[in-house]
Design a protein around this ligand. Sequence first.
Ligand code: SAM
Length: 233
Amino acid sequence: MDEKHLSLRLEKASAYVPKNGRLADIGSDHAYLPCALVYRNEIAFAIAGEIVTGPFITAQEQVKRLGYQEKIDVRLGNGLAVIKLEDNINALTICGMGGALIASILEDGYQDGKLTGRERLILQPNIGEEPLRKWLMNHQYEIIGEELLEEDEKMYEIIIAEKSQSAVSYTQAQLTFGLHLREKFPTLFKQKWQRQLIKEQSILASLKTATKDQTEKVQIFETKIAEIERLLK
Ligand code: SAM
């Protein structure tokens, strides 16, 4: 991967960044996403935010190597803390982390007044899509787009959301399985949940043979499995 060739996952996420936008890419270990968008002349400005020093230095070096320092500011810090009001950010990408971590980064940013509501959220959780959708719903963000893709034998979802003027409400099934994914990607969607079903069934089988009492967990997994089986019918 480099500024000319993004992974399919980042390529799909990048397509949702508004043209000429001002982007904050949080968790930007190589700054690949902002660099590709600057290379294509598709954004006006980007922050590449990174919490860990090693990846922060890698991102800095990448931006310097390409001579993009005028357009990409690499900043060391936790989540949205790297964003200043005067940056006028209108797009936020958080990719390649768990959904619960993305939700906690958004929550901290929300508490610190870093989310103005004017920024489009482009989120790519590796797992844990459900808590992320729940966070979006509870903070009045409407899911305006979703992607499902497979790369290196892994399935990835991308969730695009914007602040709504009114309350947002999703059903439990929508929070778990997404709003549009089944209709938009029927084959991949089926494969994703068939694989997930096998994983859940194998966990359930080992819980049932455990020596410690696992009744509560068994019930949780049985409910999950029934939900997926209903979906796949
Ligand atoms: N976004 C890139 C991608 O999708 O290919 C990199 C993903 S990498 C797996 C996750 C990166 O997020 C790591 O470099 C990690 O240090 C960084 N990260 C994790 N938590 C963070 C936080 N709270 N704030 C900023 N960066 C964070």
